[in-house]
Ligand binder design. Structure first.
Ligand code: SIN
Ligand code: FE2
Length: 236
């Protein structure tokens, strides 16, 4: 676990010989990230990672990716989305950002939240009630996400847990105000980022994907990056 505190220790100096089985060296968050931002580098590997990818591929069969649109302008996002769990985040021209129990195109309920995501939330969130939405974002090479604050949830005290799979991405985070200074760092396959404390209400986004830097995603998803964010929506 890497926290933005002064107490973090330096990772051991790499030995001359590196074997494939050695864990990746710890990556540190840059100085200046908001309080409450915690990175667990490569927390999801091996069987747990494979099981999650299989669950997402299965969910995409039942609840295909849709392209959300900006409220007002109707401009499409470059990211495609779907959800798992009782609620899902959607956005369209007429009604804007919100959570809905049904897929906007199929009209069916979202697929169930897999137990392994509930377990990960219990492990890392420190929040007593389970997440209600797992928002799945697919970034094809070239997709990005502008700076925003996640503010459509009533449960403002619950953190957001963010899982990265596939290609690496340049993640940017600033402060509560859009004009606050920002800093950026890479998110890689298997990383889990917790946005808690002050960081929960800070502007963040994805500058760009770094194509070809991560393992291939399942064919039904295609090339690029997956990001899964776990969210508590309603007051418990
Ligand atoms: C988001 O802010 O909803 C997505 C962040 C990410 O893709 O890492
Ligand atoms: Fe977000």
């Amino acid at each position: 676990m890497i926290m933005n505190t002064a107490s973090q220790t330096a990772s051991p100096a790499p030995s001359g010989k590196t074997e494939r089985s050695e864990p990746a060296p710890a990556r540190h968050l840059p100085p200046g990230v908001p309080e409450g931002l915690v990175l667990h580098p490569r927390l999801l590997t091996g069987e747990r990672r494979e099981a999650l990818l299989a669950a997402i591929a299965e969910a995409v069969r039942e609840a295909p990716f849709f392209t959300p649109r900006m409220p007002g302008t109707g401009r499409p996002f470059s990211v495609r989305m779907t959800n798992l769990g009782p609620l899902g985040w959607v956005s369209d021209k007429a009604r804007g950002y919100r959570y809905e129990p049904l897929h906007p195109e199929t009209g069916r309920p979202w697929p169930a939240m897999p137990a392994l995501l509930l377990d990960l939330w219990a492990e890392l969130s420190g929040f007593p009630a389970p997440p209600e939405a797992a928002l799945v974002n697919h970034y094809a090479p070239g997709a990005r996400m502008g700076l925003h604050v996640d503010a459509d949830e009533e449960a403002k005290a619950a953190p957001i847990l963010s899982i990265s799979l596939g290609d690496s991405a340049l993640f940017r985070i600033g402060g509560r105000r859009r004009r606050d200074p920002t800093c950026a760092f890479r998110l890689q396959d298997g990383d889990v980022l917790v946005l808690g404390g002050k960081a929960r209400h800070c502007h963040h986004g994805i500058d760009r994907i770094l194509p070809g830097t991560g393992p291939a995603l399942p064919t039904i998803i295609g090339p690029g990056r997956l990001n899964i964010t776990l969210r508590r929506v309603t007051h418990p």
